[in-house]
Design a protein around this ligand. Sequence first.
Ligand code: ZN
Length: 510
Amino acid sequence: MKTAIKRIIPFIIAAAAACMFFSVFFVYLLAIAYPPYTLYQHEQYLASDNLDGRFVGTAGIFEAEEYIAGQFARAGIDPLPGDDDFYQEFTLQRFGFDRGKTSCSITGKPGSFTISLGENYRPLPFSDEGAAAGPLVFAGYGITSKDDNWDDYNGIDIKGKIAVVFRGEPKTVFSGTRPSRHSFFQTKAKNAHSHGAAGLIIITTPFNNDRGEDFRLDERYFLPGAVVSPRKPVPNRSFPSIQISTNLADKFFSSMGTTIDKCIRELDNKTPASEFILKDFSADIQVSMLEQPENMTARNVAGFLPGNDPELKNEWIVVGAHHDHLGSYDGTGDTIFNGADDNASGTAGVIELARYFAPRQNELKRSMVFVTFSAEEVWLHGSAAFLEKELPAGVKIAAMCNLDMIGRNPDGPLEIIRRTPLPHFTKIVNEAQAKTGQFIYYYSLDSDYFSDDMSFVKKKIPTLFFFSGTHEDYHTVDDESDRILYNVFYKRIEYIKEIIRLLARENLFD
Ligand SMILES: [Zn+2]
């Protein structure tokens, strides 16, 4: 008897192992086919650190575009009629500071410092072009306000010198709920200039920025042919204003036998700025703007699913989301703007909708365009470039759905913003709501919140903009995937599916 049991043990083990293998395999198959899981995967991939914040013109956004095109191909949708692939290239022109002709050097104890553009200094967006050289003088917060009985320049000779000031304002004096105008960089620049300074250096402190310092240049992008008014230089004036890193500024304060924190506390307790004497430091600053714009290439990714009604197929429904975000910068700690909600969420949504509708083409009378836009964050250029392309003869865009930030605020409604009220759209929104039982908030907004739907509004195309509201991580490095609530996010996609199904079938206009 015992030997018989011994003989069957290996078979039992083998059978158990086989069972386990097949059940794990089955769960795996279920998981990859299950829509919430695929939505999760797309969002996680697009918001991963590997893609480096998906800034226009970078390797990271290139990878994102390859991924989206790959997903469109797998879903089984086609490129747009007349296109060979899913990419829609367009040129952007970059205006702004000239990297090659903008420089700064600082000398002082102990010796001169390496200071490099984009890493520990940058010209402030409003800086004048031109040169400034001279000794550095510390001037507290750089604020003069008679009303508040505060003057950082009191007892300081700043003529022909470069003012070094802190960002912000003393909370002990300016105690409103919002920062006063005296804390604005431009107010500080004007004040330094009117006191006769030759230039301005602003320092961020741990009290007004705990997220690290982003020293990338302020840049402006345009589609070629756009009417661009070049910045006019201010006559007889060149007042460069730059921001330097806290690390670099530490050297100034240690030479004065203090620290940034200590100095701020003393200033806030009304020790005059003139008591902090910065000796033997000087700077040589040169700020230049680009004379000619630099060209760069960007790409939208667009796929097509033809409708099955002989007439209505010429009316396209565009479902779009921007895939670009703010990139990353050089520095320590977290320096990547992952843009998990803004807008890996909307992009993942567009992929998921393409996957869902590709095998359900028979439900669509109108044709569908699934598109992800580049260059939204640098002023909606991707959607504008998309609309510049000529449509095939007889085709018009009947409606556009924009998905931008739909993965956060799980207790709040899915907001649907209309820019122009249309009775048929209201009916559709309500019908989808009744069918899915979703918590929605449908309302009108003129221009307070900009996203790609605005490019369509300009062309008089009816739009619906899906959005789950802003939050404290908006446009910060903390907009990360672990803050997305995937079950709620997926429910919102289910609702948008209903909307699209209705838009692609129902009477929209008469
Ligand atoms: Zn966005």
